[in-house]
Design a protein around this ligand. Structure first.
Ligand SMILES: [Zn+2]
Length: 192
């Protein structure tokens, strides 16, 4: 529980983007760090529209790694699909088995969702692409295989690896099963 008496510090506005609800307001993502009485720290991400009632809060224990690095999550069950994902604009998100690639970018194209949410967004994008292909297009078999694997993945019946590479830090994965999560610190000097 966060109480009013807990000390709050380092409040900063991380990013701003257009409100998906009213489509005219601006949402600021405000990041604050709270020191709790028992010595723990919590990070709070607050999403708030300046025009409508859209808002959302997320509380992240600071044991979660938010440093620059490569985080990977092995997904093989339905439970794994509930792992929370935040891809910051500096993070690159990949699912090699499904040929999914989200390049870093400052636009509103960041993801704050869970694994299932990423699969749904991707499925809808690939479906639209599929519908627009001409009959006999050589890409069709590949696209249909991806769609097939995606629907299996949404039932937890297709194993894949979700990888986020973030050179600035800020992206995170909160796994439902910690044993399937790995974090590797990025050290630019070490690159081969
Ligand atoms: Zn709004």
């Amino acid at each position: 529980m966060i109480r009013m008496s807990d000390e709050k510090k380092n409040s900063e506005t991380l990013y701003s983007f257009k409100c998906p609800s009213c489509e005219s307001g601006t949402i600021d993502i405000i990041r604050s760090v709270y020191d709790l009485r028992d010595g723990d720290k919590m990070l709070i991400l607050k999403f708030e529209c300046d025009n409508c009632t859209f808002h959302k809060n997320d509380i992240i224990p600071l044991t979660t790694n938010i440093n620059p690095g490569v985080m990977t999550l092995e997904v093989s069950t339905e439970e794994d699909l509930k792992s929370k994902i935040y891809r910051s604009p500096t993070g690159k998100l990949e699912i090699p088995e499904l040929e999914l690639n989200v390049e870093p970018g400052p636009r509103a194209e960041f993801y704050y969702t869970n694994v299932e949410g990423i699969l749904y967004r991707f499925e809808s994008a690939v479906s639209i692409y599929h519908k627009n292909l001409q009959n006999g297009d050589p890409e069709i078999p590949d696209i249909e295989e991806i769609l097939n694997n995606l629907s299996k993945a949404l039932e937890g019946k297709f194993e894949f690896t979700l990888k986020i590479t973030d050179s600035e830090g800020g992206s995170y994965i909160i796994p439902t099963d910690k044993s399937k999560y790995k974090f590797k610190k990025l050290d630019i000097k070490e690159s081969e």
